[in-house]
Design a protein around this ligand. Structure first.
Ligand code: SAM
Length: 296
């Protein structure tokens, strides 16, 4: 059952025009939206394919339900509650060898962020779940805090949040007794961070816990090791990331593939959203898009 408390919230697709242009969509092609979300990008991709198909994948069942409703009359899309890292398995089941384009719009949607029960945002007090797939056996963010020793929790805040006060914050969190929820974390951050740095610190610590709970970087790296085999010659990969940790991983992998003459990089520097887009959608401000084309 979808939690309707926040289904009315909208998610504005980021760098939509740039995504469509860079996927170089052919009307009979096979495309993958590896991070379907509420279907914002998929909706427009579908307008450009005629006899082709689109595979929409997301780890979050509630998001898939909303996307399904939005796109329910479209026969060209198939939905998969899965991780994009399992694309090879999905394609094998469909007996598809390779596709013409893959889009990843990483991170989380406004729908997830604004959900007041999942613990993604410092703004809503709730339990600290933070898993994209709430039915998975992965640890919740709260379990991650309980199961990791102080040194490992500090490392999570450093590696996934690039947080300067990682040790101090981790130490106070580890001293907490009983249930740890969103407020437990924000009140510790309030104790150790001057007011003007608080919002940034909340973001870094929540980002770190979310990345850890979803093993986001493992999924990304495993996908990056696989995707070229799953693209047809001339096929495009388009990846939008929202923080430097993710972007660095994408940049290095694509550069490596270029060096080995496996892909062509379409842009030397990542594309970023226009000023107009940022003024209309604050969530777009940190977006970076990288695009590669498999050499035929
Ligand atoms: C920024 S949102 C995508 C929004 C979408 N492009 C739209 O316009 O509606 C990112 C989505 O990726 C999903 N996600 C994150 N990691 C994933 C993974 N490894 N595999 C599949 N989906 C994932 C999240 O659940 C979230 O719905």
């Amino acid at each position: 059952m979808v939690n309707t408390s926040s289904t009315n919230s909208r998610h504005i697709p980021v760098m939509l025009m740039e995504s469509l242009e860079n996927l170089k969509i052919k009307n009979n092609g096979i495309y993958v939206d590896g991070t379907l979300g509420l279907g914002g990008h998929s909706d427009k991709i579908l307008e450009k394919i005629d006899s082709g198909i689109l595979l929409g994948i997301d780890r979050d069942e509630d998001s898939i339900s909303i996307a399904k409703k939005r796109l329910e009359n479209n026969k060209k899309i198939r939905f998969y509650h899965n991780s994009y890292q399992n694309l090879r398995i999905i394609l094998d089941e469909l007996k598809i060898d390779a596709v013409d384009g893959i889009l990843l719009d990483l991170g989380l949607s406004s729908f997830q962020l604004e959900n007041n029960k999942r613990g993604f945002s410092h703004k809503h007090d709730s339990s600290l779940d933070m898993r994209f797939d709430i039915n998975s056996e992965d640890y919740t963010a709260e379990e991650i805090i309980h199961k990791n020793e102080l040194t490992d929790l500090t490392q999570i805040f450093k590696d996934y949040g690039e947080e300067r006060h990682a040790y101090k914050i981790a130490k106070l969190i580890k001293e907490l007794k009983g249930e740890i929820d969103v407020m437990s974390i924000t009140s510790i951050i309030d104790r150790v961070t001057p007011y003007k740095f608080r919002l940034k610190t909340y973001s870094r610590i929540f980002q770190a816990l979310r990345i850890a709970a979803n093993k986001e970087l493992d999924h990304l790296k495993s996908f990056l090791d696989d995707f070229v085999d799953l693209l047809n010659p001339g096929g495009r990969i388009v990846i939008i990331s929202y923080h430097s940790i993710e972007d660095r991983i994408v940049k290095h992998k694509l550069k490596d593939l270029k060096k080995n003459k496996i892909i062509e990089l379409i842009y030397k520097k990542p594309l970023t959203p226009s000023d107009d887009e940022i003024s209309e959608n604050k969530r777009a401000r940190s977006a970076k898009m990288r695009v590669g084309e498999k050499i035929g």
